[in-house]
Design a protein around this ligand. Structure first.
Ligand code: COA
Length: 348
């Protein structure tokens, strides 16, 4: 069975840099608070009308495809991970197929938030291993800036997130000492609402109230209503401390799972690319696994948390900086809403 290699990688971040001080114009926060709690100094926000999650994904994909030495016409499957799609439906995958004038190939959207890219790559890896496809485009992209509460009420969430995109092209290789060695996917829906955007949705408050009878007026307002807008119910919700506590357990667990499966130790990792959730979480993981500074790549300081885009953006930057060479052991790890968490071990 062939393994998959990352044949090309690309990233795109919008030009518009938004510093922590910029955010103080809209909400009661400070550069000091944000840096101390999250490590973030600035993030990028997409152009409000000229850039979407899909267009950013396409920019990253163009670079990945060119670096793979192929054309968009050679791509035979798309997997697109995002929590901020252009449309409620259809997904961004088909919009990439259209924008890049690709053949009538399959396009799959993955909705696994911060773990989305690792999940998407795992799905693509299975298609490569089975021999079904030869050139799979995997994209993680987000335009968070369109959907955040920029008042003080939403500051615990809004200061964290940024926009951007990353993409890879996966291809099969016959070299048995290279490629994606294994991927590991997990979930625990027991705390699904701890980090979630409930509306618009079809939940009808079942998770809160259980099955119940509502009158027609209440039902009419359940999917989308003026009340939701007035009460800021169309923004993400997060219990930051609960997320933090779970993340610092699950990150090391899923990294060790990947290493154990392949007979490696943390000291064998050349570069760990953790999902850029919060610099404090990454530092905690580094400490727990006794990794040196040069073994962990972080760029949350510049981009904030870009959810499904964070792993491919960080992987791309690490590679562009020459931190990853052929034969190096690279570990990707992610944790986020769901909760979901995942890892991938790659011999570059
Ligand atoms: N600026 C200033 N003050 C803020 C603030 C902001 N942006 N956001 C929250 N605060 C305030 C709170 O209102 C609270 O004030 P109070 O004590 O007067 O009530 C105080 O800071 C502490 O809030 P708390 O939510 O307990 O802070 P925290 O230490 O848990 O830090 C996070 C908040 C979000 C930075 C932190 O919990 C975190 O990073 N969690 C993980 C989140 C994450 O990684 N999410 C992505 C998932 S992949």
């Amino acid at each position: 069975m062939p393994r998959s290699i990352i044949a090309g990688i690309g990233m795109y971040v919008p030009e518009n840099v938004v510093t922590n001080n910029d955010l103080t114009k809209y909400m009661d926060t400070s550069d000091e608070w944000i840096q101390e709690r999250t490590g973030i100094k600035e993030r990028r926000y997409a152009h409000r009308t000229n850039e979407t999650t899909t267009t950013m994904g396409v920019e990253a994909a163009k670079i990945a495809i060119e670096r793979a030495g192929i054309t968009a016409h050679d791509i035979d499957f798309i997997v697109f991970a995002t929590l901020s799609p252009d449309y409620y439906f259809p997904g961004c995958g088909v919009l990439v197929q259209r924008a890049m004038h690709m053949k009538e190939i399959g396009a799959l959207d993955v909705r696994n938030q911060c773990s989305g890219f690792v999940y998407a790559m795992s799905v693509a890896d299975q298609f490569i291993r089975s021999g079904m496809y030869k050139n799979i485009l995997v994209i993680g992209a987000e335009k968070h800036s369109f959907g955040l509460d920029f008042t003080t009420r939403g500051r615990n969430v809004s200061v964290i997130f940024g926009d951007g995109a990353g993409a890879v092209v996966l291809q099969p290789t016959e070299e048995d000492d290279r490629g994606i060695m294994s991927t590991h996917l997990h979930s625990d829906g027991g705390e699904a609402e701890i980090l979630a955007m409930y509306n618009p949705g079809t939940h009808a408050n079942h998770w809160k109230d259980g099955l119940a009878d509502f009158d027609e007026a209440e039902i009419a307002n359940m999917f989308m209503s003026h009340q939701m807008i007035d009460n800021a119910q169309l923004f993400p919700n997060m219990d930051g401390q609960a997320v933090f506590k779970k993340a610092v357990v699950k990150f090391p667990e899923v990294i060790m799972e990947a290493l154990d499966k392949n007979g490696y130790q943390p000291s064998d990792i050349k570069v760990l690319i953790p999902h850029q959730a919060n610099l404090r979480i990454a530092q905690f993981v580094q400490q727990k696994l006794k990794l040196r500074d040069d073994q962990v790549f972080n760029n949350i300081q510049k981009y904030g948390n870009t959810t499904a885009a964070s792993v491919p953006i960080a992987l791309c930057e690490a590679w562009q900086e020459g931190r990853i060479q052929k034969g190096d052991l690279v570990c990707l790890a992610a944790f986020g809403s769901g909760f979901t968490w995942a890892s991938a071990l790659i011999k570059w």
